[in-house]
Design a protein around this ligand. Structure first.
Ligand code: AHR
Length: 496
C-alpha cells in the first residue's frame, strides 16, 4: 500500500473547539507549588506569587482553559481552607499525593489570578466525594454572586469586590474511584442533587460537567447518561496511555522499540473509546447537546528515579510528542462530540508541557506539538481520507500515519501529519481538493529526533525543537511529502 491522503478542503465538518487544547493542574507533586506558585517573596520573578516564566511560555500556547484543583485532590479539597490571609490558612497533609504538607497558599483567588494571567477560562472541579451540597453551592456563590450575600460578603472581605466569571464546573472527579468508589446509579443521583445547587447568578451561566467513565467502562457511561443527561452540559472521559499496563508502566527514558510501539498502539485506542462512548451518548442525546470532555489524557510512566513516587514526575520525549499529535488528531476528528480535552498535567506532573527545577524551566517535546498544532484551535475540520502503510513490529501492526486537516477563519489549510514509525520515513502523497486557487504556497514545521527517548533536559534544553520543514514538492493539486521517522509535521497551505 502507499501513503495517500485526500483532503476535501471544501467539505466542512465540525468546528475544532479550541477547548480541546485545554490543560489540567492539580495539587499534586510540583504542579501547583513550584510549577506555578513560588510565593511573593521568591527570588524567581513572579506576579503576586505566580512565576512569570511559566506564565509567559503558556501564553504562547494560547491555552483556552485550565482545570483545577484535581483530580483525586478535588474530592478531598475544601475550598474554604484556601481563602483569607495566607498565614492563617489550614495546613494539612496531602494524603493522596506524596504525604506532603499542603499549606493552602494557592486557593481560589490565586487560581483565578492564574487564569487571568494566562488569559484562559477556569474550569473548577467541585467536591462530591467528601464535600457537601452546601459547600459546593457556596463555592459558586463566592465566585460568581454580585450583590449582598454571605459568600459574596466573605469574598469582599478577602479583597475581591467584584465576582469572577466562571463557566466550567465539574461535579466531582473519578467518583467511580478516588472520588468515592461509587456505583454509577448512586453517583448519577448525587449528580442530579449537587448540580441543582450549582446556581447561575446574574448573567454568569455555568456549564455543568458530570463525572464520566474511566477508559472502557461503558456501563458507567450508559447509566449516568440514562439517569442524568438532562441535567448536564457535558460528561467527562479519562484515558491515560501506558506503554504496558497500570501495573507495569515502564520508564519515561531508556525504553526499547517494543515500548515505543506499544505506547503508540495504546494511544490509538482513544479512537475506539470515543467512538463507543459517543454511540452510547447518542442513545440518550442524538442531537449531541451534551459534550464529551476528555478532561484527563496523556502518558503515565514510572516516576523519574529518585523522585517521590507520589509526585508523578516524569520526563517527556519525542514519544510523548507523537502521543500528543495522535490524540489531538483523534479529538479533531470527533469534534462534533468532543468539546474539550485537558492534558494531564500542565507542569511537572505526567505528560507536562513544562518542567521546572528551581528557577530553571524547560519546554518539553509535548509543548512543541501543542505550539505547532495551535493553528487548529477553533478552525473547521475538513473531510480527510487516508490510506496508510502499516507499521509492523513483533507480529503486531498499526497504521504508520495519523492525519488531520482544518481550515482557519482566513481560509488557510493546516494539515498535521504524524509518522509513528521509529525507523522508517514515509513518502506521502497529499491530494488537495476543493481549493479554488491553481497554485499553493506551502510552509512546514517538523518536530523529530534520532533517538527513541530524545528529550530536553535542564542541561540541554533545546535538544528536541521544531524546525522549518521543506521536504515536499508541489505539482498541480498534489503535494509529495517526505516525513522523517518518528516525526510530527504541520503544513500550512495557502492558495496563491
Ligand atoms: O492525574 C493524576 C490522577 O489521575 C488524577 O488525580 C486522577 O483523577 C486520575 O486518576
Amino acid at each position: 500500500m502507499a501513503n495517500k491522503v485526500t483532503i476535501n478542503a471544501d467539505i466542512a465538518k465540525s468546528k475544532i473547539n479550541r477547548n480541546i487544547y485545554g490543560h489540567f493542574s492539580e495539587h499534586l507533586g510540583r504542579c501547583i507549588y513550584e510549577g506555578f506558585w513560588v510565593g511573593e517573596d521568591s527570588v524567581i520573578p513572579n506576579t503576586q506569587g505566580i512565576r512569570n516564566d511559566v506564565v509567559e511560555a503558556l501564553r504562547n500556547l494560547q491555552i483556552p482553559v485550565l482545570r483545577w484543583p484535581g483530580g483525586c485532590f478535588a474530592d478531598e479539597y475544601h475550598w474554604k481552607d484556601g481563602i483569607g490571609p495566607r498565614e492563617g490558612r489550614k495546613r494539612m497533609i496531602n494524603t493522596h499525593w506524596g504525604g506532603v504538607l499542603e499549606n493552602n497558599h494557592f486557593g481560589t483567588h490565586e487560581f483565578m489570578l492564574l487564569c487571568e494571567l494566562l488569559g484562559c477560562e477556569p474550569y473548577i472541579s467541585g467536591n462530591v466525594g467528601s464535600g457537601t451540597v452546601q459547600e459546593m453551592s457556596e463555592w459558586v456563590e463566592y465566585l460568581t454572586f454580585d450583590g449582598v450575600s454571605p459568600m459574596a460578603d466573605l469574598r469582599k472581605e478577602n479583597g475581591r469586590e467584584k465576582p469572577w466569571k466562571l463557566k466550567y464546573f465539574g461535579v466531582g472527579n473519578e467518583n467511580w474511584g478516588c472520588g468515592g468508589n461509587m456505583r454509577p446509579e448512586f453517583y448519577a443521583d448525587l449528580y442530579r442533587q449537587y448540580q441543582t445547587f450549582v446556581r447561575n447568578y446574574g448573567d454568569n451561566k455555568i456549564y455543568k460537567i458530570a463525572c464520566g467513565p474511566n477508559v472502557d467502562d461503558y456501563n458507567w457511561m450508559d447509566v449516568v447518561m440514562s439517569i442524568a443527561h438532562k441535567h448536564m452540559d457535558a460528561i467527562s472521559l479519562h484515558n491515560y496511555t501506558f506503554p504496558g499496563s497500570w501495573e507495569d508502566k515502564g520508564p519515561a527514558l531508556g525504553f526499547d522499540d517494543s515500548k515505543w510501539f506499544s505506547t503508540l498502539k495504546n494511544t490509538l485506542r482513544m479512537e475506539e473509546l470515543i467512538t463507543k462512548h459517543s454511540a452510547i451518548m447518542d442513545k440518550y442525546d442524538p442531537d449531541k447537546r451534551v459534550g464529551m470532555i476528555i478532561d484527563e489524557w496523556g502518558t503515565w510512566y514510572d516516576v523519574e528515579p529518585g523522585t517521590n513516587p507520589g509526585f508523578l514526575y516524569q520526563q517527556n520525549t519525542i514519544r510523548d510528542a507523537l502521543v500528543a499529535g495522535i490524540n489531538l488528531n483523534i479529538f479533531h476528528e470527533h469534534s462534533d462530540r468532543v468539546v474539550m480535552a485537558n492534558l494531564a498535567q500542565i507542569v511537572n506532573v505526567l505528560q507536562s508541557v513544562i518542567l521546572t527545577e528551581g528557577e530553571k524551566m524547560i519546554l518539553t517535546p509535548t509543548y512543541h506539538v501543542l505550539d505547532m498544532y495551535k493553528v487548529h484551535q477553533d478552525a473547521t475540520l475538513v473531510q480527510t481520507n487516508y490510506e496508510s502503510d502499516l507499521y509492523e513490529l513483533n507480529g503486531e501492526q498499526i497504521d504508520q500515519l495519523s492525519v488531520s486537516a482544518s481550515r482557519d477563519s482566513e481560509g488557510k489549510l493546516h494539515v498535521s501529519l504524524c509518522n509513528l514509525h521509529h525507523q522508517n520515513g514515509a513518502d506521502v502523497s497529499v491530494e488537495l481538493r476543493g481549493l479554488s486557487g491553481g497554485s499553493f504556497k506551502v510552509l512546514g514545521t517538523e518536530l523529530t529526533a534520532d533517538q527513541l527517548d530524545a528529550h530536553n533536559s535542564f542541561e540541554s534544553p533545546n535538544s528536541v525543537q521544531p524546525k522549518p520543514f521543506s521536504a515536499f514538492t508541489v505539482q498541480g493539486g498534489t503535494l509529495s511529502v517526505k516525513l522523517s521517522p518518528m516525526s510530527v509535521t504541520v503544513l500550512e497551505i495557502v492558495e496563491a
